[in-house]
Every structure is written in structure tokens, then in C-alpha cells.
Write a protein that binds this ligand. Sequence first.
Ligand SMILES: [Zn+2]
Length: 306
Amino acid sequence: MSVIILFIDGVGLGAEADYNPWATESTPNLNRLLAGRNLVADAVGRASEKSLLLAADATLGVPGLPQSATGQATIFTGRNAPQAMNHHQSGLPFRRLREWVEQENLYLHAQRKGYTITFANSYTPEFFDLPTTRRGWVSVSTCAIRSTGQPLRTLDDLLAGRAVYHDLTRRFLARKRGDIDEISPETAADHLLGLACEHDLVVHEFFLSDLAGHKQNREEMSWVTRHYDVFIGSVVNQLRQHDLLLLVSDHGNSEDLRVKTHTMNNVPLLAVTSDIAFLDEMEKARELWDLTHITPVALQWLENHN
Ligand SMILES: [Zn+2]
């Protein structure tokens, strides 16, 4: 029994409107999880016994648009990063925030309690070839997993089905390298679930949604919504008794193609599990969820089930 965290960058809960690809594109699997609704603000609530969509505040009481570095740092530490840094910090974290994440985070908490953890994303040989100075300039996810001392997943892991590429289907790798084929999002889901069989906590990070949102690129968003929908549908179909799936984002962006920037919208926290009592507790826990609550929910679930 595992917690699977699907972190998807730049997805807020927006309106049922023509500028929101999460509303206009076909997402049958998300619709199934949301009692026929799209992944929009109106869908918040208990869609079924086994699935609950909450709206989480990404602004965290700090003025300005929510950003990736502090949003992700908050998700993966359970602490309010923009408040600690006095502002929302975009992109890759600066040293102070990096050290703040490395000091205490979800993986370290879980490891200390004896749970096995892993970050499913794989890194390319180019990443490992970067000079150490440049390699210090990494995402929150990377510095969080590195703080545990675990090796990062490599291209060999990926090709052996023991990792998931950030874009799910390896299409970026396939474009660059003739020896690598694209795979289906269903196969990516199988690989993720393989890792879930071996670990108590598995995290995957997807960020094409944020990039496409910044570009206001409808075609790219169409690819993102369709493929992510199949991926999550396939993961949910194969969840084992009492696995917990959490889908969360760091800030809004791709749900409003009228703007290039992030948005102030709440973000989705979608929880799917057959542990109905756990969802009941989540549902009545509080009015307003925010990004600091993801880490405690994951840790609580691990404590209840292991
Ligand atoms: Zn962004």
C-alpha cells in the first residue's frame, strides 16, 4: 500500500470557459473521477466514495502571484515557503530556499519513520555531465530527493521501466535520440505503479502544463490534457486496495489561456483511495486547504497503513 503523489505544475481550478483547456478538451478519465465534471472550480467536493477534489490555496497569505519554487517547496516540506522567504520565488530555488528544503522535507520525514520513498522521474546523462556548479542549480524536487542520499534515477532506469520521464511518453527524448521510442501514457502508468509496489511513497513531477500555459499554446495544452488524462486514469484503474493517489499543483496557469502568467486560482488537490474513512476525514478536516497540507496528509496516511 503506497502513497502516490502526482505533482503537476501550473494547473489551477478555473472556470467552465473556452479559455480553459481543462474544461474544453476531452478528459474522460478525469470526468469519471469527478462524477462527470471537468477539472474546474465547480467540481470541488466528494465526487464518489473513493474520490475527493479539494481546492487548495496557493497564495499562502503572501502578496503577489504564486510561483513554482516556493509553491513546490511548500508542497514537499509542509511548511509555508513564500512566508519564510518573504515572497513567492519562481523557477528554480536560490540557495537559501534550497537549503531550507534540504533541511526538512516529506522524504526525510518518511524515511525517518522507516518508510521507503522514491522520486520516479529520471535524469538524462546530460544532467549528470553538467559542471557541479550548474548541477547545484536544480528544482525543488531534485534537491528534496538528493537530501535523502538516494541516487537519482537514470536513463538506464528509464529504459528498464524503473522510472517515468517528466513528459510521460518520452517524446522529448525520442526527438533527440533515434534509439529511444515514445511509449504510451498507459505504459508510463505501469512503470509508475511498478515503483509503487516497491516503495511506500512515490512522487512524479510533470511540468509541460506550466510551459504550455506560459506560451498560451492551445495545441500543446491539448496534448497535455489528453495524455495526462490517460495517464491518471490508468494509474487509478490499477490502484491497489488502500493505495492513496494525490494529484496536486503548485499554482494556477494553464487553466486560463488568456494570460501568460500564473493565476491566483486555487489549485486542485485530488485524492483517490478505497480507504473511504480517510477521505471522510479529509473532507471534514477544514474549510480551506492550502499547499502546506499535502505533506501532513501523505505522512498521516503512511502512519495509518503501515
Ligand atoms: Zn510557471
